[in-house]
Design a protein around this ligand. Structure first.
Ligand SMILES: NC(=O)CC[C@H](N)C(=O)O
Length: 220
């Protein structure tokens, strides 16, 4: 699987993402600086977690206006796979590549722990190695993970099967416990939990591994 990981000032999960892609996908991804205007010819573009621009203004808002994001938007429209984790999801929402917004956690605290996550849709290219309805354990680490959208948008997301992951417990106040959504076409996924942090038992668990296995299967 040919992949690129976009790096922003303040990214801190870019290396973990690159390691997961290389270990499971078999090919070292290209690291692309946010100031570039073109993406390499890849099948997967990953927007990693972190604190781009120190989360100033609103988290993900400045990164969403980086030069590379026009290319990311175009790639998404062309059907290439785009995967945003945590700060990457916040950027996808700010860039309006995915609907909704990630607000401050309802408890106003930074939540950093493993959480139960229900795989609502196991038919996306990102989740096909999971069972539908399965509960997995994946870490979260964020202060702005409280997913918000208006009721019509939420109903549409649910109706079209675009809710891919839902928290199996109270985490951050997200509407309808939404933890991850996809676009209508299914080639863009944004999620707050970090599957790239849990890809082997030595790290405390491997529930994140199958996401990359699914991608590798789809994109090989
Ligand atoms: N791990 C991360 O990507 C942190 C995300 C983010 N900037 C927040 O705390 O909300």
């Amino acid at each position: 699987m040919k992949a690129a990981v976009v790096v922003f000032p303040g990214s801190n999960c870019d290396r973990d993402m690159a390691v997961a892609i290389e270990k499971i996908g078999g090919v070292k991804p290209q690291m692309v600086w946010h100031g570039e205007t073109d993406l390499p010819d890849v099948d997967l573009i990953a927007l990693p977690g972190g604190f781009s621009y120190g989360d100033y203004l609103r988290t993900g808002a400045i990164a969403a206006n980086s030069p590379i994001m026009s290319a990311v938007k175009k790639a998404a429209e062309e059907g290439r796979h785009v995967f945003g984790v945590c700060n990457g999801f916040q950027m996808l929402a700010e860039a309006q590549i995915l609907p909704g917004a990630l607000l401050r956690n309802s408890g106003l605290d930074y939540v950093c722990r493993d959480v139960d996550l229900v795989v609502e849709d196991s038919e996306t290219p990102f989740t096909l190695a999971y069972e539908g309805g399965e509960t997995i354990r994946i870490p979260v680490a964020h202060h702005d993970g409280n997913y918000f959208a208006d009721e019509d948008t939420l109903d549409r997301l649910e109706g079209e099967g675009q809710v891919v992951f839902r928290y199996g417990e109270a985490v951050n106040g997200s509407q309808r416990n939404i933890a991850g959504i996809r676009n209508k076409r299914g080639n863009v996924l944004g999620m707050m939990p970090h599957p790239e942090r849990l890809i082997e038992d030595e790290l405390g668990g491997a529930d994140g591994r199958r996401l990359f296995e699914g991608l590798a299967k789809t994109l090989s």
